[in-house]
Ligand binder design. Sequence first.
Ligand SMILES: CC(C)(COP(=O)(O)OP(=O)(O)OC[C@H]1O[C@@H](n2cnc3c(N)ncnc32)[C@H](O)[C@@H]1OP(=O)(O)O)[C@@H](O)C(=O)NCCC(=O)NCCS
Length: 160
Amino acid sequence: MIIRPETDADHRAIHTLTRDAFAPMPFGDDGDAFLPERLRDAGDLLVSLVAVEDDLIGHVALSSAQAGPGTWAGLGPISVRADKQRQGIGTRLAQTALEKIRNDGFDGCVLIGNPDVYGPMGFRSGGITYRDLSDHLVQWISFGALRPSGEIRFAPALEA
Ligand SMILES: CC(C)(COP(=O)(O)OP(=O)(O)OC[C@H]1O[C@@H](n2cnc3c(N)ncnc32)[C@H](O)[C@@H]1OP(=O)(O)O)[C@@H](O)C(=O)NCCC(=O)NCCS
């Protein structure tokens, strides 16, 4: 498996992968498949990586986010093809994306998600909120001493 930045030729496969990965999720809806292209079209994609074997089996997007002082990214959507889940691919995609923004000088990353998935990657909750979501779903990772604070905001495509 290799992880590399998306190319124009990947756009359709990313759409399909995202649609299929989110479809079974209780929080999924028909709009999820369009999130990567909405971020891309708005010029808000900071990082878009794909995991490829013979086919495209994973994708992660990072975009700008507001989380108090400092420079923060938002992680999502992230998708791994159903038959390839629980093999560490999501973790490798997220870690590679985080390494990129860390090298680019970001202070850290925020996301909404299941702590069982993101806790092992180093994300934690506390100190930030998002709408009326339960605090444990609102997570962050910091690359330095700065902590995110307050109500976070994602790129407009993710806020819709
Ligand atoms: C979430 C997702 C991207 C994770 O990718 P993945 O490649 O399966 O994740 P990993 O194999 O790196 O798993 C890392 C850890 O997360 C946890 N984890 C992963 N999927 C989980 C699940 N469905 N339920 C509970 N814990 C889970 C486990 O602790 C896992 O480690 P383990 O398998 O050693 O126990 C993938 O499951 C997916 O595409 N899900 C559907 C779409 C989705 O929910 N996206 C995220 C929305 S916030």
